[in-house]
Design a binder for this molecule. Sequence first.
Ligand SMILES: Nc1ncnc2c1ncn2[C@@H]1O[C@H](COP(=O)(O)OP(=O)(O)OP(=O)(O)O)[C@@H](O)[C@H]1O
Length: 373
Amino acid sequence: MYHLPPGVPPAAEDNALECRLRKRLGGFDLDIALTVPGRGVTALFGESGSGKTSLLRLVAGLDRPDAGYIRLGERLLTEVVSRTHVPPHQRHLGIVFQEARLFPHYRVRGNLTYGMPRAARAQFDDLVALLGIGHLLERLPGTLSGGEARRVAIGRALLTQPRLLLLDEPLTGLDGERKRELLHYLVRLTREIDLPVLYVSHDTAEIAAIADHLALIEQGRLTAHGQLDALMMRLDLIERLGGFDAATRLSARVVDHDPAYALTRVVLDDGQTLRIPALDHPPGTPVRLRVGVRDVALAHAMPEGTSYRNGLAVVIDAIEPSTQESSANEVRLTIGHQQLRARLTRQACDEMQLSVGKPMVALIRSVAFDSRF
Ligand SMILES: Nc1ncnc2c1ncn2[C@@H]1O[C@H](COP(=O)(O)OP(=O)(O)OP(=O)(O)O)[C@@H](O)[C@H]1O
């Protein structure tokens, strides 16, 4: 029977990545206890210099920790006491760095099939279609745009049939349009593949588009970790999550389209519907909507003769003074199983006598929804 080294508990979840490690890098001290769930996209979020790349290098096996272990499912990748260190190429990780690192003399097809196990052949066509790189197969890497090259690099990483995909700031350096395009492919891809993804980024809009979980890393320490939607609702984290303060996220499903007005109707988990600018997705497609905290107004009832297209029945869940704006309160609202945040003036809250537990109507302009991701 296989014995775990002392200090290593049994694996908690089948395909989870567990990191319990310390590493000294010059004057910097990385001390991390992080579990990346075995499903979905976990964003590793932190300021420049917080330790994201250092952690990724340890997971990839490019560096060794001073203490602790890294485990993927049941498999120990690194463990200091027993001197376990699985070399990078045997870790079954798909890694895509900021630069695509394709082989310049191989065509795209050759880059994709390099190191591809036989068992992955069946996936090849689907993946190529999913990443939109079918028309690029006979091209050389030097002729690809930055976004195309990264899509090829992601395809190559996935065709090695990894157990975890590591993406290190995959959108960095791309211009606005290319960034949006690659993000669109990534969102689709991560929903289709049944593989945990660790996604390193310091861009909150990008994370809001793609991540299910968030790990906040500050000065080499993990300071918050959990479901992204829940963390975005934590009023105490607003300042530290930087850009997330401006918006929250709703999950919905496409119902139908109104081409005459270029609007799409989507339904939330509690059955309430919203009208948003037209989306290019068939009915039934799950979508995530970003709603700015300043784009939500509250009323006791749906007003008559209003230009607001959306009125959602909500219940006030929390009201706290805003740490961002002295005149405002941060108001947290519950809609079915989801939550939404609104930033309202303290004066409005007082005059309307808003209090926790009160049912209200949240008014949101259709054009306020950002659903490009
Ligand atoms: N080999 C090293 N020797 C000394 N210091 C190092 C070494 N590697 C990293 N550091 C330091 O460790 C800290 C964390 O760096 P790291 O690259 O992991 O941050 P990051 O969060 O990835 O930043 P960015 O978003 O800018 O890529 C930085 O202060 C960096 O200077």
